[in-house]
Design a protein around this ligand. Structure first.
Ligand SMILES: Cc1cc2nc3c(=O)[nH]c(=O)nc-3n(C[C@H](O)[C@H](O)[C@H](O)COP(=O)(O)OP(=O)(O)OC[C@H]3O[C@@H](n4cnc5c(N)ncnc54)[C@H](O)[C@@H]3O)c2cc1C
Length: 392
């Protein structure tokens, strides 16, 4: 065979291999935010051929706008399984950070020194303590460690607090991460794991067909035996196409970022944290709207005022950015993981605390999807919990 023919034949082999890989992956993940990225990476770790279909860059992504806490304290009131799931996530974070670093060389800035909820009045402290007591007294409660500290005890650990801080709650399991680096690491790991990531591939329709799924958009169509809907707010439209449900409520959050400052805050506080790069993030409001993403100055000034009362030196810092974003907020704030009963092979995954739960999605949930079964311990996260009759 001539050199020219050999080259043409090799090029055709490569094209066929690429087409094979692209034509029918084992699993298509719809959505390339934190949820989809963790799942895709986790599925590829198990040797599956994974394709991620993601909307364009102007998409509404919670994953690029979050506060980056890995937060256990207070999670799971009315849902003890969620406390256990969150505790397991915090414990698995060092493994995820190390494995992403091994895949990509990116340090995601994981720091888990414990975290504080600071209170600006005795009443606020009492109300936070009451929530934790209720959480620990509920039937089937899963305990998490915490300490209630007065002003002096808090100041001993957080010397920069102002005199208006009446006390705090400290949980040693809490921490934070560099959220944008986490997102970048996951996407860089796509390349390391051979994941076929396709931006500008919004899925418009999903049609079940002969035990598989055909996903369609203006870009064309793709077929796969298994799909995971990890499209954040986009799940609401896609879920019914495969017999699933994505019950969500409106929730917008605002965040303020200051210029960089010398390190003064060793621990993350639920509404104030100093990033590994020095900037201080102040967040994050809870507004019952999904209407627009303009920042509300009334709300950001309340956030800034509380932050300055907690740490008076913040008054000297310039604000460099503010933004608001929509949360992927289920009706009870706890995650939803489910396989369609009418269309087995179609899964849905949604969670508000996608940073905190990243290891659970990359490991446990990805393993469940790969196995084709949601195990009993995760079955509690199905949407049927929202369909209990009112009189039950
Ligand atoms: C202000 C704020 C603060 C937060 N703070 C924290 C925190 O401190 N700790 C924490 O754990 N969590 C926090 N979160 C939550 C966390 O950011 C989310 O849980 C997480 O980002 C959700 O990721 P996701 O992939 O489900 O959704 P998204 O990031 O919204 O990604 C969804 C993806 O799906 C794509 N998509 C949508 N529709 C389609 C379609 N039809 N076809 C293809 N692709 C589609 C979109 O383009 C997008 O890329 C916060 C969120 C907000 C908004």
């Amino acid at each position: 065979m001539s050199a020219g023919r050999r080259m043409r034949s090799a090029a055709s082999d490569i094209r066929m291999a690429i087409n094979r890989k692209h034509a029918e992956p084992d699993t298509v993940v719809v959505g390339g935010g934190l949820m989809g990225a963790c799942l895709a990476w986790g599925l590829a770790r198990q040797g599956l051929r994974v394709c991620v279909l993601d909307e364009g860059d102007i998409a509404l992504r919670a994953s690029r706008a979050n506060f980056a806490l890995i937060w256990v304290q207070g999670k799971g009131l009315g849902f003890p399984a969620y406390t256990a799931w969150t505790k397991a996530a915090a414990a698995a974070w060092p493994r995820l950070a190390a494995e992403l670093n091994a895949d990509t060389g990116i340090d995601v800035g994981l720091d888990q020194p414990g975290g504080f909820s600071l209170c600006l009045s005795d009443r606020e402290l009492q109300s936070n303590v009451d929530v934790l007591r209720r959480l620990h007294d509920q039937p089937g409660a899963v305990a998490h460690p915490y300490e209630v500290l007065d002003h002096g005890q808090t100041k001993a650990r957080l010397p920069a607090i102002g005199h208006e801080v009446s006390g705090s709650i400290y949980c040693p399991l809490d921490g934070h991460v560099n959220s944008l680096r986490l997102f970048r690491a996951l996407h860089a790991a796509f390349q390391a794991r051979g994941i076929d990531y396709r931006a500008d591939h919004a899925v418009e329709a999903i049609e079940p067909h002969n035990g598989a799924f055909v996903l369609k958009g203006t870009w064309g169509e793709m077929r796969a035996p298994k799909i995971v809907l990890a499209a954040g707010l986009g799940n609401a439209r896609l879920a019914p196409m495969v017999g699933l449900d994505a019950p969500m409520k409106s929730s917008r959050g605002q965040i303020i970022v200051t210029e960089k400052a010398a390190p003064f805050l060793r621990y993350p506080v639920v509404t104030v944290r100093q990033t590994d790069e020095g900037g201080v993030m102040i967040g994050d409001s809870e507004e019952a709207t999904n209407v627009n993403l303009t920042t509300d100055h009334g709300i950001s000034s309340v956030m800034a005022d509380r932050a300055i009362r907690m740490f008076p030196q913040l008054e000297e810092l310039n604000v460099v950015r503010t933004w608001s974003a929509f949360r992927v907020m289920t009706l009870d704030g706890s995650p939803v993981y489910e396989q369609s009963r009418t269309h087995p092979g179609a899964f849905i995954a949604m969670a508000h605390s996608g940073v905190t739960l990243a290891p659970q999605h990359a490991y446990d949930l990805a393993e469940a999807v790969a196995a084709g079964t949601i195990p009993d311990e995760l079955a509690v996260f199905a949407t049927r919990r929202f369909h209990v009759p009112a009189y039950a």
